[in-house]
Every structure is written in structure tokens, then in C-alpha cells.
Design a protein. Structure first.
Ligand SMILES: Nc1ncnc2c1ncn2[C@@H]1O[C@H](COP(=O)(O)OP(=O)(O)OP(=O)(O)O)[C@@H](O)[C@H]1O
Ligand SMILES: O=P(O)(O)O[C@H]1[C@H](OP(=O)(O)O)[C@@H](OP(=O)(O)O)[C@@H](O)[C@@H](O)[C@@H]1OP(=O)(O)O
Ligand SMILES: [Mg+2]
Ligand SMILES: [Mg+2]
Length: 346
């Protein structure tokens, strides 16, 4: 497919960025006889709405990238040809289709491999990579909260909690984290007798006080963007003793809960050190085999450098990430460039 010159996108704010990328694109285009990068996407309608915004498509077009919706009712091989396939759909059938496509079309970059994504669909395996990691501690310690997985029998939960030595309160999270409404339904458990009311399969995680603010670290290939979001407030011992039962809580740290401009205690607001996030992101990219994800990280209240990763999401809400259009399009061009470089070095 050839680059169409007749589809200009003219937002003023993008002019300097465009100049910069034009040279990148010119080099790439010369090498490829001005070939357009065709990106097929298979996303849920919710994700398409939040991600495929006109500004993204317009900027992409000016950089020589064309987004094409994949028709799930037709064989993938009959569509395209694609240079890159972007996807976030669940289900075994879709995974199989993609796996087969990856094998028969090794020249296409599939973002990301279905097996690697599957790893994040269980809250049991999701944080394993962080737990296994031996990051140097020069910029802070990164751990995961102590947790217990309950697969079936709710009546055994309180014994399990005592045995493992989990401290109350506990955050109860559905084991499956597949992006469904249900997978985001969390609750706080204040006493061990009520734990039997929970519905397995689930993960029980120690609640870590963090001053009511968490950090969302968005990763797009090698690019990192971190934002502050409001989160659950600290829970003191007195409250634990005073409260009882299981309390469902709503989605506290969604995009509208931005704390970037809030007037906060500087000890709570301070972002995790950049070198720490860079090392963490690099190591997770390698261990998870993923390029598109975000992680939720909190700093234990009262400490300067004790961090906990509490959640990792595949293809998160990039549509609300500042400058995502630029970051994402540069990432896609970078992918094509490195692919081209690899081919020419043989
Ligand atoms: N171990 C913990 N200690 C303290 N607060 C926690 C803990 N785990 C979760 N939270 C709080 O609960 C919120 C939701 O938890 P989590 O991020 O695991 O859920 P999720 O549904 O997977 O979220 P997302 O929408 O990011 O996918 C967090 O943003 C944080 O405010
Ligand atoms: O709407 P938000 O900004 O909260 O984005 C959320 C995104 O919704 P979107 O699909 O509308 O983008 C969710 O997608 P599904 O898993 O439900 O498919 C999920 O990825 C959350 O982790 C995102 O929260 P984030 O971690 O990025 O803040
Ligand atoms: Mg989260
Ligand atoms: Mg999550």
C-alpha cells in the first residue's frame, strides 16, 4: 500500500513533532519505497472507543501509519497484509487464531504474544515476575504484598490466612483479571471470621498503607509515563478493630481520580525515582515478554523507598495517558525501523 499524501492532519500543536517525525519517516519511507505501516487492530468496542481517537488516527496517518479494523468474522490471513497486529480480546478461540497467524505470518509483529498476555489474566501469576526479580536496591526496594490464593473452599480461608501469617485488613481480588466487570470487583476484609463469606477463586492481599495515592506506570515499548491517582486511604489499627465484615469498594483509581494536580503531602506525592521505574519496566518487559502494559505501584506510608507493585494490566487505558498519540505512533515506527535494520544486517 502506498502513502497517501492527500490526507493531511493539521493540528497546530503537532507541527514541531511532525517535523521531527517527518525526517524519521522520510528515512524509513525511502528505504521502503514510501510504504505505509499497516496496523490491524482487534479490540473490544470499549477499548476501540477509548483508544482509536481521531487525533491518534490523524497523527498516525501523517506519520505513514494506517490503522485498519480487523473483521473477526473473516480469516486473518485474508485481511491486510498487516505489518503489525494490535489486539485486546479475550477467549480461547481468539488466542488460537492469533497463535496460528503468528506461525504462518512470522513477518507480522503481533502485539503482544497471546501466551504472554495470558500470564496477566491470573492475579496469581501476574505479580510473580516482580516477586522473582532481584533489582538492585540503590533507588528503593520493590516487592509485592504478601498474598494467598484461594481456589475453591471459602470455609478454609481463615485457617489459611492464619497459617500464612497475613495481617488484616486484606484486599480480596477475583483471581481472574481478564478486564471483565467482575474481575474489577474488589473488597476489603476487616476480620477473619467474615472471610468465609468471600467467593473464591480469589487472591487475598495484605493491605499496605500508602497515603491514599498510587502511581500508574504506563509502558509502551521503551517509553514510560507515570501518573498519580487517588487510591484507598490509610487504614489504622483502631479502624481494623472497630470495623468488621467484608466491604466492597468501587474502582477508586480510575482515570477521573487523577491526583496529578492535587495539593498533597509532598512525601506522599513524590513520584518513584525514574531510574527505579526504568529498571523495573525493563526487567518486566523481558520477564513478561510484553511491550504494552501498565503497573500500579504504591509506596508504603512512612517510608521513603519501600514500594509494592499491586497490579499489572495488559493494554490499559492508554487513551487517557498524556501524549499517548505521540508515544504510540513513535513506538510503532520504531518497531518497523528495528525490523528493517535486522533484515538489512543479514
Ligand atoms: N495491596 C493493596 N494495598 C493497598 N491498596 C490496594 C492494594 N491492592 C489494591 N489496592 C487499591 O485498590 C485499587 C484496585 O486494585 P487493583 O489495581 O488490584 O484492581 P484492578 O481492578 O485490577 O484495577 P485496574 O483498573 O487498574 O485494572 C488500587 O488502585 C488501590 O487503590
Ligand atoms: O478507563 P480507564 O482509564 O480506567 O482505563 C482502564 C481500561 O479501560 P478502557 O478500556 O476504557 O481504556 C481497562 O480496560 P479493560 O481491562 O476493562 O478492558 C483496564 O485496562 C484498566 O486497567 C484501565 O485503567 P488504567 O489502569 O489504564 O487506568
Ligand atoms: Mg489497578
Ligand atoms: Mg488490573
Amino acid at each position: 500500500m502506498r502513502l497517501k499524501e492527500d490526507l493531511p492532519y493539521t493540528a497546530d500543536e503537532d507541527v514541531s513533532e511532525m517535523e521531527e517525525t517527518v525526517s524519521l519517516q522520510a528515512r524509513y519511507s525511502n528505504a521502503h519505497q514510501r510504504k505505509v505501516v499497516v496496523v490491524g487492530y482487534a479490540l473490544t468496542s470499549k477499548k476501540t472507543k477509548s483508544f482509536m481517537k481521531p487525533k491518534l488516527e490523524g497523527l498516525a496517518r501523517n506519520k505513514g501509519i494506517l490503522f485498519v479494523a480487523i473483521d473477526q468474522n473473516r480469516p486473518l490471513s485474508d485481511q491486510g497484509p498487516f505489518d503489525i497486529v494490535l489486539h485486546k480480546l479475550s477467549g480461547k478461540e481468539w488466542r488460537q487464531i492469533l497463535e496460528e497467524y503468528r506461525q504462518t505470518h512470522p513477518e507480522v509483529t503481533v502485539l503482544d504474544p497471546p501466551d504472554a498476555i495470558q500470564h496477566l489474566h491470573s492475579r496469581q501469576s501476574m505479580l510473580q515476575a516482580v516477586a522473582d526479580m532481584q533489582l538492585s536496591e540503590s533507588y528503593g526496594r520493590v516487592d509485592v504484598p504478601k498474598q494467598l490464593v484461594i481456589k475453591k473452599d471459602a470455609s478454609t480461608i481463615s485457617d489459611g490466612v492464619v497459617k500464612v501469617g497475613l495481617n488484616l485488613p486484606l484486599v480480596a481480588k477475583p483471581l481472574v483479571a481478564d478486564g471483565s466487570e467482575k474481575s474489577h470487583q474488589l473488597s476489603l476484609a476487616y476480620d477473619k471470621y467474615s472471610l468465609q463469606k468471600l467467593e473464591p477463586p480469589l487472591v487475598l492481599q495484605e493491605f499496605v498503607n500508602h497515603g491514599g495515592v498510587m502511581f500508574k506506570v504506563f509502558i509502551v515499548g521503551e517509553a514510560i509515563k507515570v501518573v498519580r491517582r487517588f487510591s484507598l486511604p490509610n487504614v489504622c489499627m483502631r479502624e481494623v478493630l472497630k470495623n468488621a465484615g467484608i466491604h466492597r469498594f468501587p474502582r477508586v483509581s480510575h482515570a477521573a481520580a487523577s491526583a496529578d494536580d492535587a495539593d498533597l503531602d509532598p512525601h506522599v506525592a513524590e513520584l518513584p525515582p525514574r531510574p527505579l521505574l526504568e529498571r523495573l519496566a525493563k526487567e518486566l518487559r523481558r520477564r513478561l515478554g510484553l511491550r504494552l502494559f501498565n503497573l500500579d505501584i504504591i509506596r508504603e506510608y512512612g517510608t521513603r523507598d519501600q514500594y509494592y507493585v499491586i497490579d499489572i494490566n495488559y493494554f490499559p487505558g492508554y487513551g487517557k495517558m498524556p501524549e499517548y498519540e505521540h508515544i504510540f505512533t513513535d513506538f510503532l515506527l520504531g518497531l518497523m525501523q528495528s525490523k528493517y535494520k535486522k533484515r538489512t544486517t543479514y
